[in-house]
Design a protein around this ligand. Structure first.
Ligand code: SDX
Length: 435
């Protein structure tokens, strides 16, 4: 008997229910028919942090966490990183196929003609303290772009939506570069659309007084590959935030700002900054055993290790580790690499990490490279947000086009008080929760 169904017996009533299995999942709504009595609401599925819940159908990114496989629209990231540019991969992620020469040229023109931002945005930037966290600056200014493009609220209008996608992919690097320059008290560099996407970012970040900025090809290639590796990662915290905020039909600017907010957390994109701070705190390799002891006692987390999906080595971490050597040829070796390599060697042999299938993830080595390039750790997650932006927008558009999707509105298991009446102030006892 190999019917694609689940037979569920409710032992409270003895009733048996047949629930269809499709793509390795069962429709959660089908459990609502399971009731103890007629006025019963029906069963829900309880899944805090959605550890075992598929919230959508998607064709964008596939991860096999046990095998350490990551595909963008079916193509292995190893091949894409080797043979394609970032914009080719952004096109693939957004539109489903690798572009032809002419499609890539049109897409590139569409993005690069949107790299300029409204002059007023600089005034927002001036309002931040010099040491304001760049992720907060980026989130705020991306949200503010919404006020310049009110037509973007019509998210069902395909042409308008496409224009906003190109504009956001084009403008986020400019805003990111302005955040970098603001912190250093340097004048902003206007975009140079004679340069490619990554080279233009380098120009806006690093051009000083020279007449024409010349991006170092090794660093440009390293950033191109790092950006490809960070493009999308299916239903992670920030993509889920993008889908959730977008499901209310909020415009793509404020929705992208929400995703940036989610990415900033140290358990998510903020981990690359946290890794550097952890390596700085550990200092020399002699201090690693004491640090590992604290981790195993539950006092600390080994930042840059572990993943909700990968229970094997994150394929991105492997590739990023390889890029490190090429970058250090140009920038000089970052001594923290030795600490990181020793930390990894010890952790991968230790039962605590082995038993929990904790391996280096995308954030473990990226920060070491970014620091060697001269970025302050606070800026590392901005370098995650830039390439993830097309990925978020691809997830957002897929959600909008999905006829099964409605405004996100999960249920809850209410375990609070039943009905109770308000008591006059004079009769209230001190509550246990002292404010
Ligand atoms: C990214 O989702 C994505 O795809 C995200 C991302 C993307 O591209 O978008 O891949 C990018 O966010 C990578 C992850 C970056 N975060 C970190 O490196 C922060 C450190 N890692 C963790 O906090 C943790 O591993 C998570 C948050 C990444 C995943 O946590 P889970 O899946 O919720 O696992 P868990 O917290 O339930 O931990 C399971 C066990 C626990 O031990 P026990 O309670 O069973 O004894 O493993 C332990 C945890 O304490 N554990 C760690 C650990 N991660 C998990 N112990 C020490 N150090 C760690 N890093």
């Amino acid at each position: 008997m190999n019917k694609n169904t689940l037979s569920v017996t409710d032992n409270r009533t003895g009733k048996i229910y047949e629930i269809p299995i499709e793509h390795g999942a069962v429709p959660a709504i089908d459990f609502r028919q399971i009731k103890e009595s007629e006025d019963d609401f029906g069963l829900m599925c309880y899944d805090p942090s959605y550890s075992n819940t598929a919230a959508c159908r998607s064709n964008i990114t596939y991860i096999d966490g046990d095998k350490g496989i990551l595909l963008y629209r079916g193509y292995p990231i190893e091949q894409l990183a080797e043979e394609c540019t970032f914009l080719e991969c952004a096109y693939l992620t957004l539109y489903g196929e690798l572009p032809t020469e002419s499609q890539l040229s049109t897409f590139t023109h569409g993005v690069l003609r949107h790299t300029m931002i409204h002059e007023n945005v600089k005034k927002f930037m001036e309002g931040f303290n010099y040491d304001a966290h760049p992720m907060s600056m980026l989130m705020s200014t991306v949200a503010a772009l919404s006020t310049y493009y009110p037509e973007s609220v019509d998210v069902r209008h395909e042409e308008l939506r496409t224009e906003q996608v190109l504009r956001i992919v084009g403008q986020v690097p400019t805003l990111a570069a302005y955040c970098y320059r603001h912190r250093r008290g340097l004048p902003y560099n206007y975009p140079d659309d004679e340069l490619g996407y990554v080279e233009n970012l380098m120009h806006m970040l690093w051009k000083r007084t020279e007449h024409k900025y010349k991006p170092h090809p090794v660093l440009a290639k390293a950033l191109e590959v790092l950006f490809i590796l960070h493009l999308d990662h299916e239903q992670n915290c920030s993509s889920t935030t993008m889908r959730t905020a977008g499901s209310s039909l909020a415009d793509p600017y404020v929705t992208t700002a929400a995703a940036i907010a989610a990415l900033s957390g140290p358990l998510h994109g903020g981990a690359n900054e946290a890794v550097l701070r952890m390596l700085d705190e550990i200092g020399s390799v002699n201090n690693i055993p004491a640090f590992i002891k604290e981790v195993k006692e539950g006092k600390r987390r080994l930042m840059g290790f572990g993943h909700r999906v990968y229970k094997n080595y994150d394929p991105r971490a492997k590739m990023i580790k390889r890029i490190a050597d090429e970058v250090f040829e140009v920038t000089g070796r970052n001594p923290r690499l030795d600490t990181a390599l020793e930390l990894e060697r010890i952790a991968l042999q230790d039962e605590y990490f082995v038993a929990r299938k904790l391996y280096p993830n995308v954030d473990f080595y990226s920060g070491i490279i970014y620091q060697a390039m001269g970025f302050n750790p606070a800026y590392f997650t901005v370098l995650f947000a830039i390439p993830r932006t097309p990925g978020w927008l691809a997830q957002w558009e897929e959600m909008l086009m999905d006829k099964e999707q409605k405004i996100a509105r999960p249920r809850q298991l209410y375990l609070g008080y039943g009905h109770r009446d308000v008591v006059p102030m004079s009769e209230r006892a001190e509550s246990a929760v002292a404010v």
